[in-house]
Each structure stands twice: as C-alpha cells, then as structure tokens.
Design a protein around this ligand. Structure first.
Ligand code: XMP
Length: 331
C-alpha cells in the first residue's frame, strides 16, 4: 500500500480546479471512473463529516447512489455535538445509507496510557479499519472502501512527517479495494468540487478536522477529563468567534491542552491544573499557515469563559507560531 501511494504523483499539466467548469469536468470523469471500478458492488465510506469525507460521499452518491454505505464512527474524539450534526445532515438532507457507531469506549480503552503522537495515530487508524471491517462483514458483499485521501496527505506521508490514518497500512486480512477519487486534489479544489456537487457552503467551507480528532489536541496520553476539557474549551472558542463575526475570517481555529500542568490560584487555593492553548491559523492548502491578529476583546472573553467554565484549567495562551516551523496541530 505504501508503495502504491509513493507512485501517486499529480501530473504537472493538471489544471488547478478553481472554476465550476473545471470542477464539473473532474466530477464527470470521476463518476465514470468510479462506476467502472465499482460496478454493482457495495462501497463502504468513513464519513467523519469533515470536508473531504463529505465531498467524497456526495461524489459517490452521485456515482453509485444506494450502493454506498456511509459509516460514521464516533471515536469519542469528536467535537461537541459533531456526531449528532453528521447524522442529521446526511440522513435527512442527502438521504444516504448511514450507519452510526458509538465506539468511544473501544477507542479510549485502546488509547489508555499511550503518549506518543505517532502511536496514537496508528492505534486510531487501525481501530477505524477494524470497525469498518466489522461493518463490512455485517453488510455482506462490500468490496470497496472509499477514502478521502487528498494530495497534501500523500505529500506529507512521502516526506515521512507523519502517518495519516487514510494513507496505506490496511491489514492483510482485509479484502477491500480502495476508491480514492480525491487523491490528486488540494484542499481548495476539494471545496470547489463540493460546491459543484451541490453541497451547502456551510459544509464545504467547514474547517478541516483531523481523522484522529481531538486526540491530536490532547497531547500525550489521553484521559477522559482532559478530553472533556478540550471539547468544552473548543466549543466556547467556536461560540465566541461566531458571536464576534470571525468564523468566516479564520481558516481554522481550535483549542489544545498539552500534557502539562501549571500553577494557579483558585478561590484562595493553590492549584496545579492544565493550560488551554488557543490555536488559530489562516492558510490556503494547509502547507503553510499564518496566525491572524484576533481582536484582544475576543481573546479576553474566550480566556475568561474557559477559566470560569472549564474544569481543571488555570491558564490560557494564544499560539503565535506560523507554519513552518510549527505545524498547525500540536499532536
Ligand atoms: P499540520 O498539523 O500537519 O496539519 O500542519 C495540516 C492540516 O491537516 C489537518 N490534519 C489532518 N487532516 N487527517 C486529516 O484529514 C489527519 O490525520 C490530519 N492531521 C492533521 C490539520 O487540522 C490541518 O488543517
């Protein structure tokens, strides 16, 4: 699998998909390619609800309709209310075959006491594949696994910077063949294709969210209470950014809780609690990123609310590091 991925190279003469016309041409080509590849067989798709998997689902629904089975795995590392939203949109609006699995205990059990970022990614990736395998067995006759691999995933994997759960590494016992129609596209192109497929802008311009979810934003070994604190602080940040009218002005923003504590004073008592990092970046394709100058009032409001409302936190900081040298996620 890894060798196959190393062979994937975007042709130099492939035009950047920036217009509806180019996107429709891409879609027509891919629909035909997918139909030829898949025939009348069932296709299984990991629907996280992020841009890539949503666009992939829409493309596959167009190509093979009800032959597609979308599986949404709640690995317990989703943002607040995110899984509920995925079920709502895809069952109601897109009329997709959608299977919802709450695998929180299973994932968190496997991740217990695991601190290394690559090891965490690997465990989450493997667990995902296992869950799919179980669903495929239940569904009977699933031959294909559709994956929302995009070109930056392939570039980063080739450079050896990180393992992506959706690139390579399928266990040998799995008989799935892969369908990866977005693998030559950059993120901005995936969005144009999504609009051309008729997906709502709110979905297409949704922020990227890593496959391993909040697991990469809760650095070191994940604990349920720290995970809950990341989820709550993230929800507060999103709420306040939205109120301030900045949601569309920032490419990606979230909170992180590193695996370290800091001294603070709460109700006249010394505490040794977590630090929440606010991370916000502007980018085009995630390969480079700059840090926006968020209004001071917004940062202060978010800080006050997190310190007041999120258990176990005694400090909040704003990360000013651009990519490179830093990556967007803290891992
Ligand atoms: P980094 O941290 O490498 O992140 O600067 C670049 C962008 O990719 C997102 N990201 C992921 N997206 N699966 C994804 O689909 C992943 O495993 C993954 N890891 C990071 C990250 O949020 C940022 O937008």
């Amino acid at each position: 699998m890894a060798n196959k991925k190393n062979d994937v190279v975007r042709p130099e003469d492939m035009p950047r998909i920036t217009t509806m016309e180019l996107a429709k041409k891409f879609i027509d080509e891919q629909v035909e390619k997918i139909r030829n590849q898949v025939g009348d067989k069932k296709v299984l798709l990991a629907l996280s609800g992020g841009v890539d998997s949503s666009v992939l689902a829409a493309l596959l629904i167009k190509a093979v309709g009800k032959q597609l089975y979308c599986v949404h795995v709640n690995h317990g590392l989703m943002r607040k209310n995110e899984s509920e939203g995925v079920v709502e949109v895809f069952q109601k609006e897109l009329d997709a075959n959608l299977i919802y699995i709450d695998a929180t205990d299973r994932f968190l059990g496997k991740l217990k006491n695991v601190a290394g970022p690559e090891e965490k990614r690997s465990i989450i990736g493997k667990e995902f594949i296992e869950v799919f395998a179980e669903e495929a067995r239940k569904l009977k006759g699933v031959k294909y696994l559709a994956q929302g691999t995009i070109y930056p995933d392939i570039i980063e994997s080739k450079k050896g910077h990180k393992a992506h759960h959706n690139v390579g590494g399928l266990p040998k016992d799995l008989k799935f063949k892969l369908v990866e129609p977005l693998e030559l596209l950059y993120k901005d192109e995936v969005r144009v294709v999504g609009i051309a497929l008729g997906l709502p802008e709110s979905m297409v311009y949704r922020q990227p969210f890593p496959g391993p979810g909040l697991g990469v934003r809760c650095t070191g070994a994940i604990t349920r209470d720290r995970l809950e604190a990341v989820r709550e602080s993230d929800a507060i940040l999103r709420e306040e950014v939205e109120k301030a009218g900045y949601t569309d002005k920032i490419w990606q923003f979230f909170t992180v809780i590193p695996n370290m504590c800091s001294v603070g004073v709460k109700n006249d008592h010394r505490v040794y609690d977590w630090c929440v990092i606010i991370r916000a970046v502007n980018s085009v394709d995630a390969m480079t990123a700059t840090v926006p100058e968020l209004p001071w009032e917004l940062l202060k409001t978010v800080t006050d609310r997190i310190l007041k409302e999120v258990d176990g936190v005694c400090r909040v900081a704003y990360d000013l590091s651009p990519k490179p040298i830093s990556t967007i996620e803290w891992e």
